[in-house]
Design a protein around this ligand. Structure first.
Ligand code: NAP
Length: 245
């Protein structure tokens, strides 16, 4: 029987590419969305056409009760979760002196708290099965910091410490926890930037161009594989050589 992967924020962008890549790798897929209901339903059809099972599940994963309910619904409709991809994320960029507590709280609760809520739920299923893969989408900004993104960088750095701690707690139980740190990837999160800003960023990337969601998705699928069982607590940058640290 195929294992079930739950991807948070999967209706569009990087999450969508991850959901499709996992389906191509024979995982059944639970597609979590918050606002993008239509896109989530369309994605479920696309995944089912690949010959695996799928379902769309609405939940704001920054809310602990909704995260708990999400896992209950996924277990009921499909299966217990074998692979969790903590992907949901937002930005509220501004320089620190202009950053409001609301900007800080929204980013920390969506990017970091959600991973705590979802991982805790997923680990119930994984510990019982003595098998699990937790893959968390951090960012190179969590490694290097970035002016105008103190809230986002703190959340993404927090996810790395979180991942390494979970990896240590669960390594002996067949459960791995790893992080993927994307660089600059072409999604709606980055399309708000002006073309000249994008050109400046691209010039700083050794590969010479920005990445695609599929570049990140393939790294996630690598960590989810059966054969990756001896790899845990790692952070893999998918950034065209931007950070190399
Ligand atoms: P995106 O296109 O803006 O998509 C964000 C996704 O997150 C959407 O599917 C959205 O769902 C979901 N989401 C946001 N808040 C949510 C919540 N409270 N509950 C459930 N889902 C929620 O962004 P992206 O570029 O694909 O980013 C995906 C991940 O990659 C994020 O963690 C981001 O920080 C990370 N990342 C992106 C880049 C980049 O360059 N793009 C670089 C490094 C890291 P709905 O549409 O359903 O509301």
């Amino acid at each position: 029987m195929a294992r079930l992967a739950l991807v948070t924020g999967a209706a569009r962008g990087i999450g969508r590419a991850i959901a499709l890549e996992l389906a191509r790798n024979s995982f059944d897929v639970a597609v979590n969305f918050n606002h993008s209901a239509e896109a989530a339903e369309a994605l479920v059809k696309e995944i089912e056409a690949l010959g695996v099972r799928a379902g769309a599940f609405q939940a704001d994963v920054s809310d602990s009760k909704q995260a708990e309910e999400l896992f209950r619904k996924v277990r009921e409709a499909l299966d217990p979760v074998g692979v969790l991809v903590n992907n949901a994320g937002i930005t509220r960029d501004t320089l620190l002196m202009r950053m409001k507590p609301e900007d800080w709280d929204a980013v920390l609760s969506t990017n970091l708290n959600s991973a705590f809520y979802c991982t805790k739920e997923a680990l119930r299923d994984m510990a019982r099965a003595r098998w699990g893969r937790i893959v968390t989408i951090s960012s190179v900004v969590g490694l290097t910091g970035n002016a105008g993104q103190a809230n986002y960088a703190a959340s993404k750095a927090g996810l790395i410490g979180f991942t390494k701690s979970i990896a240590r707690e669960y390594a002996a139980r067949g459960i791995t926890a790893n992080a993927v740190a994307p660089g600059f990837i072409d999604t709606s999160m980055t399309e708000v930037l002006k073309d000249d800003v994008k050109a400046v960023i691209a010039a700083q990337i050794p590969a010479g161009h920005i990445g695609a969601p599929e570049d990140v998705a393939r790294a996630v699928a690598f960590f989810a594989r059966e054969e990756s069982s001896y790899i845990t607590g790692q952070v893999l940058a998918v950034d065209g050589g931007m950070t190399m640290c």
